[in-house]
Structures are given as structure tokens and as C-alpha cells.
Design a protein around this ligand. Structure first.
Ligand code: HSE
Length: 306
């Protein structure tokens, strides 16, 4: 096999209480990439559609991640990649992570899978470092493993796949304003109080327990963030209204998707997730800000061939 086409899922990082450690992959939103073997050594990006992004390997998140992988093995030839972007950069649903994850997963697949998913996350994190200045793994881990993932530790890297309840759906609204992850990290405080820590790790532990036991009400109670959300939400129009109204529409809870401006809500069942989408639309339409809304199951596979 010399060529594959892969689906690279969008992801929701943080999931409220898990800043930089928790993430989930979406089934209905993602980029597409074509990865093919080449006789020329190294990585070449031959085509990008959907967005204006650099073709130069060392300036492109997919190129950087793929190069890191190739540095770890003896390989005669190289790889070419086409990137077909459907996820807008700066949307908060893991645009750079999708490209980095697709690149390393695709190359690994064509090589006969010499690397583990954990290794692939480590390579893909180099793409995240290029994009945001920080090699965070909470988007690339779910993009590669699928489902929910927990980054238990960064040094050494320890990724824990978390069970995904069957009937869990995400609704994501993406207001068409760009928030760069690097900018929305700069506004964060570097210290938190003990009281904030206690609330946050109580919620994170509860959320993981709720996911494993498929306790939807517990999941809902844990979708709280008293550390990051109060600071970042000021950048997002109508954030508070969305949070209040989606709950009334039946959502388990909601929060900022990654570094924003997208807002995610989780619901039990597709019908509720669609009702939540209608509520989001009603709130955003009068603002004049353009937006996209996605209703999606959680992707259990992560990056996959198409
Ligand atoms: N954990 C990262 C952040 C995710 O919130 O900055 C970026 O998508």
C-alpha cells in the first residue's frame, strides 16, 4: 500500500475541568488528508485546500510532526501529504491537532505501524508546539486514540483512554471570530488557589468516574471550570447566555471548547443535542456574528482511513 486517505477528527480539549489534560474526539467534524509514500527522503506537503496555510514542511504543523516521526527510524524514502482543511484554525476545536495527528497516524499506517499511539501523540505534540508555543497533548491524544483521553502526566507522557458512554453527543457552536491559542494562554494566571484546586480536581475525578460508569447526571455536575473559564469567557460573545439556556434545553452541561471561541455542550441522546443546537442558534442569530453549529457523536476511533 502506497497511499491512504485519512479522516482527522476535530477535538474538544479541556472539557471544562481538565485544562491541558482532558479531551474528546468528534465524529462528525474533521479534516481529510492524503498521505503517500515517496522515493524522495523527508516530508513534502504537496497541496492544501480549504485554508491558507504554509506548504513549507518546517512551518506546517503536519510537516513538523511527520518530520519528528521520521527522525526516529531508518527509512529509505519519504512521504508526501495533501491536507484538506475543514476545521478553521483558531476555532478551538483542534485544527492544528487534526493535521498533526493525521500526518503521524497516516505515515505510521503506511509503515506497518512501528509506533504506538502514545509515540504518535509525542510526535504530534511537536506540531502543537509550533502552533501554540506549548506542546500540549489534550487535542492530539483524543485525535489519535479516539474517545475521551486523559493526559495523566506530561513527563513522562502517560495517556489514559477513558470510556465513552454510548449515548453521549456533543453540540459545538463556532462563532466566526479567531482566537489564537497562544493569545488565550497569555491571559491566564499561572497560579491558582487551593480552594480552586479542590473544586477543579473534585470535578475532574467525578467526570472521569461519570464517563466510566455512564452516569450522565454525574457527568453534567462535573462540567464546571472555576479556573480558566471565568478568564477566557470574556472573549466569547453570549457565553453566559449559552451556558444557562443549553441547560434549560436539556444539555448535561457546557463550556469553552479548548481555548475558544467555540463552545461545546454535552447531551444524553441525539435529540437533546439537536435541541441544544437550536437553542444556540436562537441566541447567536441576533448578534450578527456568523457561526457554525455541529452536532456529533464522540469519535471512538480517532484518526481513521476513509
Ligand atoms: N488545553 C489547551 C488550551 C487546548 O486550553 O490552551 C487548546 O486547544
Amino acid at each position: 500500500m502506497g497511499e491512504i486517505r485519512v479522516f482527522c477528527p476535530a477535538t474538544v480539549a479541556n472539557v471544562s475541568c481538565g485544562f491541558d489534560v482532558l479531551g474528546l474526539a468528534l465524529e462528525a467534524v474533521g479534516d481529510e488528508m492524503v498521505v503517500r509514500k515517496s522515493t524522495v527522503k523527508g516530508v513534502k506537503i504537496t497541496k492544501i485546500t480549504g485554508q491558507e496555510l504554509p506548504l513549507e514542511t518546517e512551518k506546517n504543523v503536519a510537516g513538523v510532526a511527520a518530520t519528528r516521526l521520521l527522525q526516529q527510524l531508518e527509512h529509505e524514502g519519504g512521504f508526501e501529504m495533501e491536507i484538506h482543511k475543514k476545521i478553521k484554525p483558531g476555532s478551538g476545536i483542534g485544527s492544528s491537532a487534526a493535521s498533526a495527528a493525521g500526518a503521524v497516524w497516516g505515515i505510521n499506517h503506511l509503515l506497518g505501524n512501528p509506533f504506538s499511539n502514545r509515540d504518535l501523540v509525542e510526535f504530534a505534540m511537536q506540531g502543537e508546539k509550533l502552533a501554540s508555543g506549548v506542546a500540549h497533548a489534550d487535542n492530539v491524544a483524543p485525535a489519535i486514540f479516539g474517545g475521551f483521553t486523559l493526559v495523566r502526566s506530561y513527563e513522562p507522557l502517560d495517556i489514559i483512554p477513558i470510556h465513552t458512554p454510548k449515548n453521549l453527543y456533543a453540540t459545538v457552536i463556532h462563532p466566526q471570530i479567531e482566537v489564537k491559542t497562544s493569545d488565550s494562554r497569555k491571559i491566564l494566571k499561572t497560579n491558582i488557589s487551593l480552594a480552586q484546586g479542590i473544586r477543579q480536581w473534585g470535578n475532574l475525578g467525578g467526570l472521569v468516574a461519570g464517563l466510566f460508569t455512564e452516569d450522565y447526571q454525574l457527568i453534567g455536575r462535573c462540567l464546571e471550570d472555576h479556573v480558566i473559564e471565568p478568564i477566557r469567557s470574556i472573549l466569547i460573545p453570549k457565553f453566559d447566555a449559552i451556558k444557562t439556556e443549553v441547560k434549560k434545553a436539556g444539555a448535561l452541561g457546557s463550556g469553552i471548547s479548548g481555548s475558544g471561541p467555540s463552545i461545546f455542550a454535552l447531551s444524553q441522546g441525539e435529540e437533546t443535542a439537536k435541541r441544544v443546537a437550536r437553542t444556540m442558534k436562537e441566541i447567536y442569530t441576533p448578534t450578527g456574528v456568523e457561526f457554525d453549529i455541529h452536532v456529533s457523536p464522540i469519535s471512538l476511533s480517532g484518526v481513521r482511513t476513509m
